[in-house]
Write a protein that binds this ligand. Sequence first.
Ligand code: FAD
Length: 468
Amino acid sequence: MTTTYDFDLFVIGGGSGGVRAARMAAARGARVALAEVLGTDGLGGTCVNVGCIPKKLYSYAAHYAESFHESAGFGWEGQAPVLNWATLKANRAQEISRLNGVYLNLLRGSGVTVLNGFAHLESEHAISLATLNADGSPSHQRFTAKHVLLATGGTPHVPHFKGHEHAITSNDIFDLEPFPQRLVVVGGGYIACEFASIFNGLGSQVTQLYRGEQVLRGFDDEVRHFVAAEMLKSGVDLRLNADVLDIQKQTDGLRVELEDGTVLQADAVLYATGRVPNVKDLGLEAVGVAQGKQGAVVVNAQYQTNVPSIYAVGDLTNRVQLTPVALGEAMVVVDALFGPADGKALRQMSYDFIPTAVFTHPNIGTVGFSEEQAREKFGQVRVFRSEFKALKHTLSGSSERTLMKLVVDAQSDRVVGLHMVGAEAGEIVQGFAVAMKAGATKAVFDSTIGIHPTAAEEFVTMREAARD
Ligand code: FAD
């Protein structure tokens, strides 16, 4: 390793991609620094602090509401408990701090120099770090590195309209005070749908507004319609082809006027209408790093930018915005720069068959192509589907239904799409994703013995094609 530079690798951003790359590079013997603008409290990035983890914790909290209610059918008697929002927030905050600490220990344990401050590129090998001193005055440090990894993630984007300053984003919702009895959620992506479901479960009266024809664009059409119907049934007032005209602050909350003249009263308006890459003041223009739509950093298959010493991974590159994807990309960079781990092959990242879950109530789990995408790609497809009431709900009194669907390439018999709406869909789909990556055919699914009685067994027992 060269000694000309302060570090072999300087990572900007302590989120999913940055932490993974820093740790793994240090484990290979590289001299690594990682800068995080939020300090040690920000370690873990969006996922740990204001994304996957707190959201899933709140989703668990929300599921208790239906469980308390449904338990009566199983013989449980007594008053259902009420939510103490302050307790939920405090317990979440405590768990997140614990995780921040775990990340710090992992980094320090691997020998990474963890720096607190806003980093920006000065040149292709130099980084400037701005920090605030105890008296509030700024100080700047300069570091050099052989390689720089940009992993600054993304940030919520609220469009400009009259009263936009009264809207909150997913960054604010976890610590909202007081609990929003009336919540308007604007957006139709997975984050909007998840928060609509979660706050509906926690007890808010939720109105979700989406300007398009149906929520969850890009997902299988049947799944989109099915989950929208389930969300409506569970109490989310989902309004399609609807958008906000303006928001006014009044003494008793917010007055939200829609484009069609309808007026809603709300305690909070959550905008989940998209995220943009965190590129502001990063110094990309000065150093000449190529950027695409919304400023996203453009990279090649090894996540190298057009400036050879500078790499970028994760949400900043605006590809597939998921934590496991950022982790996978980080590993490709580490292998490319410092060689693979002992005895392992050089890592490549494949964007095929990335499984994902949406933590709506009920959950969505999906891997591979939607029916529509599969028809376009493979021409002839066979579709197997099953819709049913889960065994649990024969006694619970819930009218929730489950949808399971397989999309098969008719020519090769390969299962190219697997979709589920129902309890624990994310947990169920993960295992099937392995089979699909391995190229499992419908015949392999058919020859697999089911686990009885589960919902998942339905995926290996669907025999009649619903559509050819
Ligand atoms: P981030 O994790 O965003 O990390 C970037 C870090 O860089 C941040 O800590 C930031 O403070 C820091 N930073 C920015 N600029 C600078 C600078 N100039 N100097 C120093 N530090 C800087 N993904 C899933 O897989 N499953 C989910 O269930 C899921 N749920 C989500 C729910 C929500 C509400 C949101 C918003 C996202 C969710 N995601 C989920 C997406 C996931 O969080 C991101 O894909 C992932 O965090 C991206 O990792 P990253 O390393 O690119 O960036």
